[in-house]
Design a protein around this ligand. Structure first.
Ligand code: AMP
Length: 183
């Protein structure tokens, strides 16, 4: 199964992706986690993206597209994957489709975790990560609405979209996702 999980900062993408990974046994790739680890260990990628990630900006599409192209062609994930935090822009979504076409693969679903902004802000405040300070969080939310939310229509038109109420408890959200996936 090939899935992407979409939602604003604090929507529960990481938590739900981890649970789906455990229940369905599919490899889980979180671009946010990978970038944060790259920064913490000061790899070449980490140094390049540090100021963008820490200020809540998006890493340039070209860089992310190249990275995902390399990652999705590695042998450990030929049977499926769950992407968390990718795609984030229309360009990334289109390029992901081109890549999948070239690999003769297909995305099964895009799961949209829908949570009102007020709850996103509150959850992120409690999480207190360095890129979750109030100013940076506002920027992240703005970018989510501007750049990522249009992807819902993109996947809806392709009959791939599963909308889930992400404001429920972790367990309820997980059950709703599994039900919609037919499990
Ligand atoms: P996240 O944990 O998914 O909210 O990601 C943390 C940060 O990593 C984001 O605010 C961006 O700076 C960067 N990032 C993660 N995924 C992407 C992506 N697909 N495109 C661009 N930037 C990304």
């Amino acid at each position: 199964m090939r899935l992407v999980i979409l939602g604003g900062a604090g929507a529960g993408k990481g938590t739900q992706a981890e649970l789906l990974h455990q229940k369905l046994g599919i490899p889980f790739i979180s671009t946010g986690e990978i970038l944060r680890t790259a920064i913490a260990t000061q790899t070449e990628l980490g140094k390049q993206v540090q100021s963008l990630v820490e200020s809540g900006e998006l890493v340039p599409d070209e860089q992310m597209i190249e990275w995902i192209g390399q990652r999705l062609t590695q042998p450990d994930i030929t049977q499926g994957w769950l992407l968390e935090g990718y795609p984030r822009t229309a360009f990334q979504a289109e390029e992901l489709d081109f890549l999948l076409d070239a690999l003769h693969q297909r995305l099964d679903y895009a799961i949209s975790l829908e949570v009102p902004d007020s709850i996103l802000v509150e959850r992120s405040r409690l999480r207190a990560r360095t890129d979750d300070t109030p100013d940076i969080l506002q920027r992240r939310l703005m970018l989510f609405h501007e750049r990522t939310q249009p992807l819902l229509e993109y996947y809806q038109m392709r009959d791939r979209l599963l909308r889930v109420d992400g404001s429920q408890t972790v367990e309820h959200v997980q059950q709703e996702i599994l039900k919609k996936l037919g499990h």
